[in-house]
Design a binder for this molecule. Structure first.
Ligand SMILES: [Zn+2]
Length: 254
């Protein structure tokens, strides 16, 4: 069992942000480290999660000038979400260590975002949290034609889905954040190709096509309609396939 301190979580975050060139937030984390060392103050870090342009709004990607490839992107961002959650949970009570396993079991990578939905009314806060968790349940995201029902996901969206399943397990297995960060940056994930193939096969069996690069589904390659939408699929109960999740637009009735 790995016990983490607030300072260790911040140091891991600083390490990741340095490696992928997110310099503004790397500097901000360095200041948080300084404030902790000098004043035992973690409030500045907690303040990073609220408001416009907050730490929650950062997407690590090439388009934003970061040093990350398209292959790395899902893995790096999911790791980033988990590191934010570790920092956030530890910053709330920074004088105590927490076990990595306990944080992973009892909280979620979107908890720092949920904090921004806080309401003074406790029932309302709970309702917003439940709603947000429901929305952020792990699903495979793609597009679907609402006219003929043709659906497609990209290879990258399979990796996004897999990264959310696998990264918490990798963090627990490694027991060392530095090694975990190195492996995840290299997308050195155990059995990754087997996982990708298995999910692809189940999607195809469930009637969902895979497009390697991903593309705009307008017009639909099957019927030519431009009536397409972002669409999500969840695993079926028996785990053998995928089915539309319940937060999609309905197909048009003929
Ligand atoms: Zn169509």
């Amino acid at each position: 069992m790995l016990n983490l301190t607030y300072l260790q979580a911040l140091t891991a975050m600083e390490n990741l942000l340095s490696k992928v060139g997110v310099s503004h937030w790397r500097d901000s984390i360095r200041m948080d480290i300084q404030r902790w060392n000098d004043f035992k103050d973690a409030k500045s870090h907690l303040n990073s999660y609220g408001g416009m342009g907050s730490f929650n709004d950062v997407l690590i990607c090439e388009e934003n000038g970061h040093q990350v490839t398209r292959i790395q992107q899902p893995w790096v961002n999911t790791l980033f979400d988990w590191l934010k959650n570790l920092c956030y949970q530890l910053a709330k009570d920074p004088r105590h260590e927490l076990s990595l396993e306990a944080i992973i079991d009892e909280t979620g990578p979107s908890d720092p975002c949920i904090a921004a939905f806080w309401s003074p009314n406790e029932a309302e806060t709970k309702r917003r949290q439940a709603e947000h968790r429901q929305k952020t349940n792990n699903k495979i995201s793609g597009e679907r034609c609402l006219q003929c029902g043709y659906g497609e996901v990209s290879a990258a969206s399979i990796d996004w889905y897999l990264s959310k399943e696998i990264i918490p397990k990798m963090l627990m297995a490694e027991q060392n954040l530095t090694t975990a960060i190195e492996k995840i940056l290299k997308v050195d994930v155990p059995n990754i190709q087997t996982w990708r193939n298995e999910i692809s096969a189940k999607l195809i069996k469930s009637g969902v096509a895979i497009h390697l690069k991903g593309r705009d589904l307008r017009p639909c390659p099957k019927c030519g309609s431009r009536d397409t939408a972002v669409y999500r699929w969840s695993p079926t109960k028996d785990g053998q396939g995928y089915e539309p999740s319940d937060d999609n637009l309905a197909l048009r009735k003929k």
